[in-house]
Design a binder for this molecule. Structure first.
Ligand SMILES: N[C@@H](CCC(=O)N[C@@H](CS)C(=O)NCC(=O)O)C(=O)O
Length: 372
């Protein structure tokens, strides 16, 4: 390849985050489904042997696997074009990245997998398209779709939680819609890392599959416009008469965004606490976990309750890999900025996030997340 290639799929949650970044950053790239012999032979071995999307191949043949690492690469080479510079905005930008990667999986999975009448044919087409073009393509596509359907259960979407998942998501749409009625992006007139983070669930699943797309278009037009805007190279902010294409000045955090976070906290805080507890128990039991051992997707289920509804969900270390970025950013701030951030997170019912940690760090080695 002599051009940057994004290996991904139109319906993939995590591809949506990297794609939006590449578009907004003006990077010349093409998108390819990773179902080719070329991918298997030339890209996969450089991606730690792990077939996850998004994976990026640069023009020089080097490969970056993992959406956060792809964005880090371009942020590092472009002087952090999409990272705000003031303390509270930096913290929220990183926080929304965690929320997007890990905190909205239940609504994403529910509205994809539990609306068969509207979604099934659409999903079958895409899963089949992801498989190599061989006689068993259809069969392989169905098997892959079934694996993802059961992942939804693993994230805590079961009949007893579906009503709660729907209520919380409809409320979230409302809060996001309010915010995007006043500001084109999370922090003003320009997307930040957190915008790309929440694009993951809000595009690939919730802003594209037929059932949730129709719901979003009906209930949250301004949110739908944000999704659309995030996949366009220009700022696409015509409906905002006076918007500047920059972050809000003076480290402002709009009240509408605090309302969004307060709502997310209802689900995100209990799950983060329970997942940390579960992962730490697991780590305690690992007497021979050598450095550079690959971090697996989940290490058991954690239990928590939201508004009285019990939930059991996979405890995923990756949540804490991204959360540590928020905590490290906080640790590097001066005392005044730390106080400001603490008051902000308290107003969002998220102050505890600065202290919820897992007992072993996660790093990257050979394109994989590993235990340090
Ligand atoms: N942490 C990764 C997660 C990527 C991911 O899980 N992608 C899904 C599709 S949306 C996938 O490829 N799953 C298969 C796997 O992880 O083996 C990222 O942010 O890029």
């Amino acid at each position: 390849m002599n051009r940057t290639t994004l290996y991904g799929s139109a319906l993939s949650l995590y591809t949506g985050r990297a794609r939006s970044y590449l578009i907004k950053a003006g990077i010349d790239y093409c998108e390819v489904i990773p179902n080719t012999p070329y991918f298997a032979k030339n890209v996969l071995p450089k991606a730690g042997g792990r077939q996850s999307i998004p994976t990026l191949e640069l023009a020089d043949g080097s490969v970056i696997r993992d959406g956060a690492a792809i964005i880090d690469h371009f942020e590092n080479t472009s002087q952090n074009g999409f990272s705000p510079t003031s303390p509270k905005q930096r913290i929220l930008s990183l926080l929304f990245d965690v929320i997007g990667a890990e905190g909205l999986l239940r609504p994403a999975m529910h509205y994809r997998w539990n609306f068969a009448e509207e979604n099934l044919k659409f999903l079958e087409f895409h899963f089949e398209a992801m498989m190599p073009d061989r006689p068993d393509r259809k069969e392989k596509g169905v098997a892959a779709a079934n694996r993802m359907r059961s992942a939804a259960v693993g994230f805590g979407v079961v009949p007893s939680t579906m009503e709660l998942v729907e209520i919380l998501y409809v409320e979230l749409m409302e809060k996001l819609n309010n915010h995007f009625s006043e500001h084109p992006y999370l922090l003003g007139g320009k997307p930040c890392i957190g915008d790309f983070g929440i694009m993951a669930p809000l595009y690939g699943h919730l802003g594209r599959d037929p059932a949730p797309l129709a719901l979003m278009q009906k209930k949250a037009i301004r949110l739908f416009r944000w999704v659309e805007r995030m996949n366009r190279p220009d700022a696409d902010i015509g409906e905002f008469a006076a918007a500047e294409e920059s972050y809000l000045t003076g480290d402002q955090i709009p009240d509408t965004l605090i309302e969004v976070l307060k709502h997310i906290a209802i689900d995100f805080m209990p799950e983060t606490k329970a997942a940390a507890h579960c992962i730490n128990e697991w780590l305690n039991g690992q007497t021979d976990l050598a450095p550079n051992t690959q971090v697996v997707r989940g290490v058991g289920n954690c239990e928590f309750a939201i508004r009285g509804t019990p939930i059991s969900a996979l405890a995923q270390p990756y949540r804490f890999y991204l959360l540590k970025r928020v905590q490290d950013e906080y640790a590097g701030l001066d005392a005044t900025a730390q106080e400001d951030v603490q008051s902000l997170l308290s107003a969002c019912n998220m102050a505890e996030l600065l202290n919820i940690k897992i007992s072993r760090d996660i790093g990257r080695h050979a394109n994989l997340e590993v235990w340090v």
